[in-house]
Design a protein around this ligand. Structure first.
Ligand code: RIB
Ligand code: CA
Length: 307
């Protein structure tokens, strides 16, 4: 059952980020209080522009967007234009009129989380740089969140950037380690969970909707397949994290302790189990029909039989 929620989404849009944000916008009882942006899939200026453009296209330019990190705690972001397209989205959206708010992401998160303890669910869909900086600058702010759900990591499953590392953790492993070692009760939706929810090219092209946000989702999804004729499956990484934040019963879970590879070798950004049971809630088996049911219900998507 989808729980009413006031969300703050930390994001690097990104095709799957955009679909997750549209799902949240279409969810009854769910209010997006703000987006904080981070470099990752694309540079910060572009992820911020994409966030503003997406909200504008959805008719929600009232939602504030706060700019976050341009670089990780150590090194540089690697970006992923080959996956998301050079502009970061797989559909063309008009340039936004709205500007980001004056305060930065860390200040925005601190102000909201401390002003209303237990009031906000924080969903992190990109590299964890903004959250790590928040912990460093205001150590008690994150614990004021009602819930923290993160898309990242690859636990006992191959990575998607290197054989061992998932993109968000690889992009800023120092930040991921700061967040996971904070012993905050986070939910980590990793690649093993996300790989359970995918859609084929034919299934995607068979979808129909009259919902304005649903049409944006299908435009992003079909645009992603159309960019590369060899693409056969789209996996709903960030949308699954969003769905679990709204309806935790979508997946079974275990409690683990995790470390992140910080050696500058082939374990950079690796997610390592370090005993437990620990503080991290790790989804295991996803109720796939329930996930797709949310997507279809929120966005009034009708799946036509694949011809
Ligand atoms: O590994 C998948 C994650 O990296 C997703 O959040 C995607 O948007 C990219 O940021
Ligand atoms: Ca993302």
């Amino acid at each position: 059952m989808v729980q009413p929620a006031n969300l703050i989404i930390d994001t690097d849009p990104g095709v799957d980020d955009a679909i997750a944000i549209l799902m949240a916008l279409a969810s009854p009882g769910v209010d997006i209080v703000g987006l904080t942006t981070v470099g990752g899939n694309v540079p910060l200026a572009r992820s911020t522009r994409n966030a503003l453009a997406l909200l504008q296209a959805a008719g929600r330019s009232d939602i504030p967007v706060a700019r976050g990190a341009t670089r990780p705690m150590r090194g540089r972001y690697i970006y992923a234009p080959q996956f998301h397209g050079p502009g970061g989205l797989s559909t063309r959206l008009p340039d936004p009129i709205a500007q980001p708010v004056p305060e930065g992401a860390v200040q925005f998160l601190h102000n909201h989380l401390t002003r209303q303890p237990g009031g906000f669910v924080l969903v992190a869909l990109g590299p964890l740089t903004n959250l790590a900086r928040l912990i460093r600058e205001w150590p008690t702010a994150l614990e004021q969140a009602k819930k923290i759900v993160i898309m990242g990591g690859a636990v006992d499953t191959p990575g998607n950037v290197t054989p061992k590392a998932e993109f968000n953790f690889y992009s800023d492993p120092v930040a991921a380690e700061i967040v996971l070692s904070s012993r905050l009760p986070v939910t980590l939706v990793d690649l093993a969970a996300c790989r359970q929810v995918g859609i084929s090219r034919d299934q995607a092209f068979g979808l129909r909707t009259a919902h304005p946000l649903g049409r944006l989702v299908l435009s992003l999804l079909n645009g992603w397949f159309q960019r590369e004729p060899s693409r056969e499956r789209f996996e709903f990484y960030d949308p699954l994290a969003l769905a679990i934040a709204l309806d935790p019963a979508i997946a079974t879970v275990v409690k683990v302790d995790l470390d992140v590879g910080l050696e500058e070798n082939d374990s950079w950004g690796e997610t390592l189990e370090s005993g437990g049971p620990g503080e991290v809630t790790l989804p295991q088996a996803v109720n796939v029909p329930r996930f797709f049911g949310m997507l279809e219900t929120f966005l009034e998507i009708e799946e036509l039989p694949v011809q």
